[in-house]
Ligand binder design. Structure first.
Ligand SMILES: NC(=O)c1ccc[n+]([C@@H]2O[C@H](COP(=O)([O-])OP(=O)(O)OC[C@H]3O[C@@H](n4cnc5c(N)ncnc54)[C@H](OP(=O)(O)O)[C@@H]3O)[C@@H](O)[C@H]2O)c1
Length: 241
């Protein structure tokens, strides 16, 4: 495959960092984004162009991406997860922060970066398999990613006429700093390298929808077809916190 220019948000850690490795090792031009300047400087030593900005600060996205040229591939992967630990003391600020980082940011990133994506290019949105079924304590994270699913599917309809494809990604559990804080069982946990390899291959095949590992995502889909009372009791039984 000819070399492409790919911008990755959240390239300083976890899935984004492993994706960075996949694309660099395959000889592509990578623009790595994140907030952590120390990690970004390590990535620049690997030949990447780097951009430091907080995805929740539109002015910073604008300033730091102005000089970027045309993109073949835009991977919007940066995200965060905060659980709602005590639902009766619902933390509205945490809720707003998660929606801001995982969903509202995508609007700003599309405003400043979508015009740079070439005809024939591709936009990849990293959502979560958590949107297949609701999980406890995931009111904020799940809502942000469910919003992202809708955004991706709607965006696909509107940008098809510009020759740009949209790939929506639903990873299952992947071992990263984001999941290291989870205190519940994470079935079929993948390494970030395994996740990135699946994503690299699926993105290259221009899949509209990528979900993995299938042994988890297909099981969740199957549960979602059962009556709500059945999957609710299964989830609550397996999710004690
Ligand atoms: N791990 C999983 O099991 C899993 C499952 C499903 C979906 N996902 C999704 O996959 C994506 C990557 O997650 P991960 O597990 O790889 O997490 P991670 O290791 O915690 O990495 C998160 C990345 O996002 C960046 N980021 C977070 N907030 C940001 C902000 N406000 N501005 C700019 N960059 C920001 C971080 O950059 P800095 O540290 O440089 O700020 C970091 O590079 C997320 O969207 C997550 O929701 C993960």
């Amino acid at each position: 495959m000819a070399s492409v220019t790919v911008l990755i948000t959240g390239a300083t850690s976890g899935i984004g960092l492993s994706l960075f490795e996949e694309y660099v090792n395959a000889g592509h031009q990578v623009i790595a984004c994140g907030r952590n300047k120390e990690k970004l400087s390590t990535l620049s030593q690997r030949g990447a162009q780097v951009c430091a900005f907080d995805v929740t600060v539109p002015q910073s996205i604008k300033q730091n991406t102005e000089s970027i040229g045309e993109l073949d591939l835009l991977i919007l992967n940066a995200g965060d997860c905060i659980y709602i630990d005590d639902v009766m003391k619902f933390d509205g600020q945490s809720f707003a922060n998660v929606i801001g980082t995982n969903l509202t940011s995508i609007g700003w990133l599309l405003q400043y970066l979508l015009p740079k994506v070439k005809r024939g290019g591709q936009v990849v949105l990293v959502s979560s398999s958590a949107t297949i079924l609701p999980f406890p304590r995931s009111e904020a994270y799940g809502a942000s990613k469910a919003g992202l699913d809708y955004l991706a599917n709607s965006l696909r309809l509107d940008i098809a006429k510009y020759g740009i494809d949209v790939t929506l990604v639903h990873p299952g559990f992947v071992k990263t700093p984001l999941t290291d804080k989870n205190d519940f069982p994470m079935p079929f946990l993948l390494t970030s390298e395994q996740a990135a390899k699946r994503m690299f291959k699926g993105i290259q095949s221009r899949k509209k929808y990528l979900h993995f590992p299938k042994r988890l995502t297909l099981l969740l889909k199957l549960f979602s077809y059962l009556p709500a009372v059945v999957w609710q009791s299964i989830i609550l039984r397996n999710h004690t916190t």
